[in-house]
Design a protein around this ligand. Structure first.
Ligand SMILES: CCCCCCCCCCCCCCC(=O)SCCNC(=O)CCNC(=O)[C@H](O)C(C)(C)COP(=O)(O)OP(=O)(O)OC[C@H]1O[C@@H](n2cnc3c(N)ncnc32)[C@H](O)[C@@H]1OP(=O)(O)O
Ligand SMILES: CCCCCCCC/C=C\CCCCCCCC(=O)OC[C@@H](O)COP(=O)(O)O
Length: 275
């Protein structure tokens, strides 16, 4: 019996040593293992957090986000990530608001939880519901699911959210690029978030995360430790705006966020580029 345990111990040690050597030798193995660890953490942490959410809050509610946030905020220590946050005071608006931010990777969930204000739900693609325990925890957290393949259905869900935001007093977090983009720049913004803000007559609060490209790049199998700068920008008011103003509002927000992204990432702005 004792020899059996000893052999198991030796086997585990050998495996860890082998993984370490492979990680040192091959960037691809290093990347796959670190992403694998992140996914495993998400799956295991979700499985443990589901019962906590059910016991404390009884079912699907935005209040569960507080529990999820506490858990996810510990993940950064596994990957040597640091966050430098500025402008949290800008979240302190009276009542609901639309929060928009850039979306670079599945790692964004760590940055999201670093600054997430109370009573705030995210808009997510419906496919996330089918990711096992992760889908379950996201459902319990009150995430609003949209079908990106059907504009009509997505618009209907957003219109419903515009109606209930005020009564439920929730903030809604939208990734206006609509998909992940880790190029160090922004994709053109979809207009859903801005229609929502105008329909509900609530401010838009932009949040910008510096580019991950110095420490995370799937194409180059790069995933090391790193620092992420986060800035919560002043709210953009929408009182009195109509659907005719949505394009201008979208453009204004895009320009402000792009300028901030370049500044935070130490990249010269377009204006400086051309001079
Ligand atoms: C324990 C650990 C576990 C971890 C736990 C972590 C928990 C947190 C989970 C967080 C989940 C985060 C998930 C992130 C995502 O999934 S991002 C992807 C999904 N999100 C989005 O796509 C949002 C952004 N997209 C939009 O806003 C789109 O506009 C959308 C509403 C989806 C529609 O898209 P699409 O079909 O592509 O159409 P267009 O955008 O091109 O629009 C077409 C025309 O319609 C007009 N429009 C759009 N919306 C509206 C509206 N609400 N009302 C009226 N009109 C609307 C739009 O202006 C276009 O017309 P014009 O071209 O302007 O004439
Ligand atoms: C029974 C099924 C089991 C499935 C197991 C799947 C396990 C998944 C495990 C961990 C994943 C962690 C994900 C954390 C949440 C990430 C949310 C996110 O970033 O979604 C991407 C979405 O914004 C945009 O998607 P696309 O860029 O358009 O694509």
């Amino acid at each position: 019996m004792e020899l059996g345990w000893l052999l198991w111990g030796a086997a585990v040690l050998l495996l860890l040593l082998l993984l370490h050597v492979l990680m040192e030798l091959s960037p691809a193995v290093n990347f796959a293992l670190r992403i694998g660890l992140y996914c495993l953490l998400c799956v295991v942490a979700s499985a443990l957090t589901v019962p906590a959410c059910l016991l404390v809050n009884g079912g699907r509610t935005v209040k569960n986000m507080r529990i999820i946030k506490t858990v996810v905020k510990t993940f950064k220590y596994f990957f040597g990530l640091r966050f430098e946050v500025k402008g949290l005071k800008n979240f302190e608006v009276e009542g609901p608001a639309i929060i928009v931010s850039n979306h670079q990777s599945i790692l964004d969930m760590m940055g999201l939880m670093e600054v997430l204000p109370n009573n705030c739900v995210q808009v997510g693609k419906k496919e996330l519901m089918y990711t096992g325990t992760v889908g379950l925890i996201i459902y319990l957290g009150g995430v609003i699911f949209i079908n990106r393949k059907s504009t009509t259905s997505a618009k209907m869900v957003m219109a419903e959210v515009a109606k209930t935001m005020a009564t439920d007093n929730v903030k809604v977090w939208v990734y206006p690029e609509g998909t992940r983009n880790c190029t160090g720049d922004l994709l053109p913004f979809k207009k859903g978030a801005f229609h929502l803000a105008v329909q509900a007559q609530v401010p838009v609060i932009p949040v910008v995360y510096s580019s991950f490209t110095t420490f995370y790049n799937p194409k180059k199998n790069l995933f090391t430790s790193g620092k992420i700068k986060v800035e919560v920008l002043p709210p953009i008011e929408t009182k009195g705006l109509t659907s005719d103003d949505v394009s201008d509002l979208t453009d204004k927000c895009f320009c402000t966020m792009r300028e901030t992204l370049f500044r935070l990432s130490g990249r010269p702005s377009e204006a400086k580029d051309s001079s």
